[in-house]
Design a protein around this ligand. Structure first.
Ligand SMILES: [Fe+2]
Ligand SMILES: [Fe+2]
Length: 427
């Protein structure tokens, strides 16, 4: 009897220790990719008019609504139950400790619902000395986050499911399905030089780890900055594309990385390295359209498409009647347009044009950006050619004006037949 009990116990122990995680046996998985939410803790802002004006003068981030947008996103994730959420950095506005502490409460809810989270820091998340709180017309110093703090804060959001980590503990690889891997790669960027790169130790570690995988492994890599230029201008791109991207891409090429996901540029754009590795830059979660990437992996294919955070639906489901949220789609459009229009108009201040002409040109530039940053220039382009602003641009020969030179350069790298919001590959 004793022998039988010992045998049963040994069998039970072996079953516990030897059985593979059923998640790791899945052949079809879904991942969400969210980036650059630049979340600012509600404890650090009173959302004063001066604060909102600062956002309008910036790139149109709706940081004053980030709490609600991120709550709506959290609920959407929990309802959709993807296998994992990948977050490629710039989680916080400017690296405030309080922002990380409050944001990880949302990630905790996502994990409690059975969805894994994989997060890496962006350049605004760690060792960034401009962390501030905002009150009325003033701002004050807020405690910033070190790399060591980040490791402690996010230990349950990626490193817990990783089977290998880089020496600095900030890059790691997790197995998310049968022969499906996500390598999250930390790419530090000095705030002094603004130039991002991958550390040599990280490259060596990645090279060694990818070498251990099967030749037909499906590999998704995650970086904050981009591995190829998403705006076709080298002078502009040095702060966005990794300085040693070639060394990283050489490793990707060697092991057949299927897709790199990035953020940082706040632009929705699908780029390719010269060797043919696709880098999808997903736009910021808190900038119109408030979208994230959905990646589906099947034995035959890998798909990417964007989904919007349904803030209106979230407001309705939660009984929130405030107009900003109940009619969020309208607010979102107007906020971004207002921000872009004001910048274009001020750049035309000195131009010898009538007010009507300036208005038409500023509207053209703002509308272009509305679509450019959401990855939908293809929708706008035919309307752009018919617009009053375009007619004036051509008639007045404004090609040397920065705003219009910028549109021309951007169009040099845009497929006008399809949006930058979907992609697929066949294995
Ligand atoms: Fe960012
Ligand atoms: Fe960034």
């Amino acid at each position: 009897m004793k022998k039988l009990f010992a045998l049963l116990l040994a069998g039970a122990l072996c079953f516990t220790a030897c059985a593979a995680d059923p998640k790791e046996e899945k052949t079809e998985i879904t991942l969400f990719h969210a980036t650059d939410m630049h979340y600012l803790s509600p404890q650090l802002t009173d959302n004063s008019d001066a604060f909102v004006q600062m956002l309008l003068d910036g790139d149109g981030k709706m940081t004053h609504l980030c709490e609600e947008i991120c709550n709506a996103f959290t609920e959407q994730v929990i309802a959709a139950k993807p296998d994992a959420v990948l977050i490629s950095g710039d989680i916080t506005f400017n690296g405030e400790k309080l922002s990380h502490e409050d944001f990880i409460l949302k990630l905790k809810k996502i994990e409690e619902a059975g969805v894994d989270v994989i997060a890496i820091p962006g350049n605004h998340d760690v060792e960034y000395p401009f962390s501030r709180g905002y009150e009325g017309n003033n701002s004050y110093k807020a405690e910033y986050t070190t790399e060591a703090d980040f490791i402690e804060y996010y230990k349950n959001f990626g490193p817990d499911i990783a089977y290998t980590k880089s020496a600095d503990g900030l890059s790691y690889i997790a197995k998310l399905g049968k022969n499906i891997y996500v390598a999250a790669i930390y790419t530090p960027q000095s705030f002094m030089t603004g130039v991002p790169g991958v550390e040599k130790e990280t490259l060596d570690w990645l090279d060694g780890e990818l070498a251990k995988l099967d030749a037909d492994a499906k590999i998704i890599t995650l970086t904050h900055q981009n591995i190829t230029n998403h705006y076709p201008d080298d002078d502009f791109s040095y702060k966005y594309t990794l300085a040693n991207n070639e060394e990283l891409v050489e490793i990707y090429d060697k092991y057949g990385v299927d897709l790199n996901l990035s953020g940082h540029i706040h632009l929705q754009h699908i780029g390719q390295t010269e060797s043919g590795i696709t880098d999808i830059a997903t736009s910021s979660l808190t900038i119109r359209e408030c979208q994230y990437g959905v990646i589906r992996i099947t034995p035959e294919k890998m798909f990417y498409n964007t989904e919007k955070v349904d803030v209106q639906g979230w407001a309705a489901a939660n009984g929130i009647t405030d107009e900003v949220f109940a009619e969020f789609d309208k607010y979102n459009d107007e906020f971004y347009f207002t921000s872009a229009y004001a910048k274009a108009l001020s750049s035309l201040e000195e131009a010898k044009l009538t007010d009507e002409e300036k208005d038409a040109l500023a509207a053209l530039w703002a509308n272009f950006n509305v679509h450019y940053f959401a990855g939908t220039v293809n929708e706008f382009y035919p309307r752009m050619l018919e617009s009053e602003g375009y007619r004036i641009w051509q008639e007045k020969g404004l090609d040397s004006n920065w705003n219009f030179a910028y549109i021309t350069t951007a169009l040099g790298d845009i497929d006008l037949e399809k949006p930058q919001t979907s992609w697929e590959k066949t294995f």
